[in-house]
Write a protein that binds this ligand. Sequence first.
Ligand SMILES: Cc1cc2nc3c(=O)[nH]c(=O)nc-3n(C[C@H](O)[C@H](O)[C@H](O)COP(=O)(O)OP(=O)(O)OC[C@H]3O[C@@H](n4cnc5c(N)ncnc54)[C@H](O)[C@@H]3O)c2cc1C
Length: 429
Amino acid sequence: MFRQDDQLNHRSYYEATALRDAAKPALQGRITTDVCVVGGGLAGLSAALELAQRGYSVALLEARRIGWGASGRNGGQIIAGYACDNDVFEQALGAEGAQTAWQMSIEAIQLIRQRIDTYQIDCDFTPGHLTVSTRPKKTDALRAGFELLSQRYHYPHLTFIEPGQIRDWIDSPRYHAAIFDSQSGHLHPLKYTLGLAAAAEGHGVQLFEHSPVTHLQGGEPATISTSQGAVQARFVVLAGNVYLGKLAPSIESRIMPVGTYIIATEPLTPAQADTLIKDRVAVCDNNFVLDYFRTTRDHRMLFGGRVSYSTLTPANLPEVMRGNMLQTFPQLHDTPVAYCWGGFVDISMNRAPDFGRLTPNIYYLQGFSGHGLAVAGLAGRLATEAIAGQAERFDLMARIRHRPFPGGKLLRTPALVLGMWYYGLRDRL
Ligand SMILES: Cc1cc2nc3c(=O)[nH]c(=O)nc-3n(C[C@H](O)[C@H](O)[C@H](O)COP(=O)(O)OP(=O)(O)OC[C@H]3O[C@@H](n4cnc5c(N)ncnc54)[C@H](O)[C@@H]3O)c2cc1C
C-alpha cells in the first residue's frame, strides 16, 4: 500500500455520493471453490460475474472495500480503444489482430451498457465523449487518429469538430479542435462498481472484504491465504492493480504506479452546467499528461489531471487542480472546490494491457494504463473465456510482449519521471 493512499480516497466525491452496504465479511477458515479472484475492482468483479454466470463457484477476496482502488475513484470516462495507440497492437498482433483488439474495446463499452440495463445499475450514465486538442500541432494528430479509426478501423461513430466549431461544444478558450464519439460516455464509477458487485453476488459469488491475500501457493488446486483463512481453488484470477506487490513479483516490475488526481466543485446551477459542455459529454485532451473533465448528474464540474510518478501526493493539490480547471474554465473562479482525491493507475511500458498466466491456472489482468474503466470489464470476460477453455481472445492479448521498467525497483521511478518530464515538455511546445 502506498503512503497517503487512504487520504487520497477519503475526500472522494464518489464515496460521498454512493450508498455502500455494510461491509462484507472477512474470510474466516478454509473454503473450496472453482475460482478465487483477488481484487474487488472492475477487472476482478467482471471476471467473478462472468464466471458465476457460466456456473463456476467463485470467491472474491478484496483487501479493503469493493471499489476502494481505481475502479471507485476514476474520472468515469468510458472511452473506446486503449491507452496506447493502435500501432502498438498492429506491431504486436498484425493488422487482423489489431482490428480484433479494437473491436473488443467497443465490446467493452457495450458490455457496460448491457450490464447497466440488465442489472438496473443506477450510475448516472451519460453518452458522448470529446477528445480535444490544445494546439494546431495536436489537431494534426487528432485528425490523423480520426481518419485511421473511421477508415482503417471502420468505426462509424466519430465526428470531427473543426476549429471554427469547437466553441459550440466547450465554453473554453483553451481548445482547438475535437473528435466526438457518440458511443463513448461517462458514469459514476463507484456506483457502477458497487452495482457490478451486487450483480455478482446475485449470481452466487462469495464476496469477502477486509481480506488481503498474503500468500499464493501454486498447484492444482492453488491455495490463496489471508491472515484468517484460505481458499483452495482450481483457478486464480489476480486483478490487484498496483497493489499485488510480493504476491506476484514477476509481473509487478512490468507496471508503474502513477498517481492521478481529480477535483469536484460545489454544484453549479443546471443552466450553468449546461453551458460549459454541450450535451454534458465527457472531455479529455490528447496531451501525454492529459486533463479530463465532465459535469456530474448533480451539476458539479469534475476535473482530473496532474500526475505524480513518486507515489507521493503533490503539495497543495486542491489549489493546483483548481488552477488547472480555471485555465480551462475561468468563469468558475467563484465556484468552490468541494472534493479532491486521487488514485493510482498501473502504467505498462507500452501502455497496452498486460494479461497472461503465471502458471497454467493462475491468470493476471493488469496494465490498463489509466484507460481501464471499460477495458477492465472486458479483461474479466476474456479471463473467463480462457478458464472455460475458449482462450483465443485472451491469448491474442497475451501475445503482446511487456518489458519490466528499466532500473529495477529503486531506479524505475526516476527513469519514468525523466521520460514523463520529456513528454510533458513536448505537450507544451
Ligand atoms: C484517479 C483515476 C482516474 C481514472 N480515470 C479513468 C477514466 O476516466 N477512464 C478510464 O477508462 N480509466 C480511468 N482510470 C483507470 C481505471 O480506473 C482503472 O484502469 C481500472 O479501474 C482498473 O481496475 P482494476 O480492477 O484493475 O483495479 P482496482 O480498481 O484498483 O482494483 C484492484 C483491487 O484489488 C485489491 N487488491 C490488491 N491487492 C490485493 C490483495 N493482495 N488481496 C486482496 N485484494 C487486493 C485492491 O484493494 C483494489 O481494490 C482512472 C484511474 C484513476 C486512479
